[in-house]
Write a protein that binds this ligand. Structure first.
Ligand SMILES: [Zn+2]
Length: 160
């Protein structure tokens, strides 16, 4: 689980959990572990990073430590997360895919649907500006985020 800290290294430790004032962006991460769950990440963020709670708002499990393609709630959605470094947490939600270099089809499908739900809920127009990677290596090469964003747009068009 050591690599998890790399993903969130830029986050401010010991930051108290405030209510986030706006939600304009959704940031996609990966755990950089082959398996895991909201519980294993929560434990790591609390015990190792010494945070008050898990830094991500959502975790999508991959069948190794949690059911494949299931979205689990992490930190309460209205609270500021600890996942993307100073400044970026203030207006964003953090979603973490469990996995290293590859993700399952079910995870990508669950992510796509969940992003569409969050975009509708928070009145976010899906684009490369509003649905972002954490950074170049997170969530890694196992996901084509442009393709996911396109699919989110299609889903939202179907429902409107
Ligand atoms: Zn990340």
């Amino acid at each position: 689980m050591a690599i998890v800290s790399m993903c969130v290294l830029s986050s401010l430790p010991l930051m108290s959990m405030d209510t986030r004032k706006k939600t304009e962006v959704i940031i996609v991460h990966h755990s950089a572990t082959s398996g895991g769950s909201v519980e294993t990440i929560r434990r790591y963020h609390k015990e190792v990073n010494k945070w008050e709670d898990i830094g991500y708002h959502y975790v999508i499990t991959n069948g190794n430590g949690g059911k494949d393609g299931v979205v689990h709630a992490g930190r309460s959605e209205e609270l500021t997360g600890a996942h993307a470094g100073k400044g970026r947490n203030q207006n964003s939600l953090g979603v973490c895919l469990i996995g290293n270099d590859t993700f399952t089809e079910k995870q990508i499908e669950a992510l796509t649907k969940h992003l569409a739900t969050l975009c509708v809920k928070h009145k976010i127009t899906p684009s490369a500006k509003t649905i972002q990677r954490h950074h170049e290596e997170c969530p890694g090469n196992g996901i084509d985020l442009d393709k996911v964003i396109q699919k989110v747009k299609e889903l939202m068009a179907e429902k409107s």
